[in-house]
Design a protein around this ligand. Structure first.
Ligand code: PAF
Length: 280
């Protein structure tokens, strides 16, 4: 497995693979990799001949008061996990390799970003789209892998790929959870012992929501009220949002039906966690 911070080296390697007729899978990440990321890498290894993982904490997708500086980093552990999972190349650029002096071009989206995380983090998806577009241009993968944990991000990337005619198949992968239900997230590391316990209220509420839907609840207002009520039983939890939107356009819906995304963001102390389910 190779590690490089240089765009030109990634391009040369991918070009050589493509010349041999090999397919390329790509997993973009911000590092501090866990089993959630590993599930994406495994899927990429399964689907494609060669796999590239990018590790880049993208400053453009963090708001001013967010956790850019404290975002956890551990390249050595990340490299080990990539190697054992069968990744062929890690792209780990410095910020100025991605955003050179004078950088002033962006990918922005009018739809899909005004609800859910886009409401609380107004510049976030512009940063995500811009960096993912750049990474796609550098890596030129056949397939790119994203987790359903960031369901709005998955919908936004699918839309960008469609709107901008990118010749890339976006593969969505299921949420990976800890044994007790908490979604795997690099940000779980911010939680102290008491908060870690309190954070279970998210998955418990997601499972409750899923159960209510399975039992026949189709009214979004009723479902969301019950979920909110459940979240409010945890004193350390502060709700950012609990919403039901259509997965394709991330617009609110009154009716719970197939392909509706029921999503939440909740602060546990100062840590903002997300979780969701999609009605199947
Ligand atoms: O999901 C993430 O880790 C990031 O938003 C991504 C897709 C790597 C872009 O920086």
């Amino acid at each position: 497995m190779k590690i490089t911070g240089k765009i030109e080296e990634v391009r040369a390697q991918v070009k050589a693979w493509k010349k041999e007729g090999l397919t390329v899978g790509f997993v973009p990440t911000m590092g501090y990799l866990h089993e959630g990321h590993q599930s994406l890498m495994k899927k990429a290894v399964e689907n494609c001949d060669r796999v590239v993982v990018s590790i880049f904490v993208n400053p453009m997708q963090f708001g001013v008061n967010e956790d850019l500086d404290s975002y956890p980093r551990d390249l050595e552990a990340d490299a080990k996990l990539c190697e054992t999972t069968g990744v062929d190349l890690i792209f780990h650029p410095e910020v100025d390799e991605i955003y050179a002096d004078g950088f002033c071009s962006f990918v922005d989206m009018n739809g899909l970003t005004k609800e859910l995380c886009g409401k609380t983090r107004p510049i976030h998806f512009r940063g995500v789209c811009t960096v993912v577009c750049k990474l796609f241009n550098i890596v030129t993968p056949d397939q790119a892998f994203f987790g359903q944990k960031d369901a709005q991000q998955l919908a936004v990337i699918r839309r960008m790929v469609k709107d901008l005619n990118m010749d890339i198949q976006v593969v969505g992968c299921p949420i990976i959870r800890e044994a007790d239900g908490l979604t795997k997230s690099s940000r779980n590391t911010y939680l102290n012992e008491e908060e870690r316990k309190a954070a279970l209220i998210l998955s418990k509420t997601i499972f409750l929501g899923q159960k209510l839907v399975e039992e026949g609840e189709t009214d979004a207002k009723t479902l969301l009220a019950k979920m909110r009520e459940n979240l409010e039983t945890e004193p350390l939890a502060k709700i950012d949002y609990v919403e039901a939107v259509r997965m394709d356009d991330i617009e609110k819906t009154d009716v719970i039906e197939k392909d509706v995304l029921v999503a939440m963001a909740v602060y546990i102390g100062t840590t903002r966690l997300i979780d969701n389910f999609i009605v199947s």
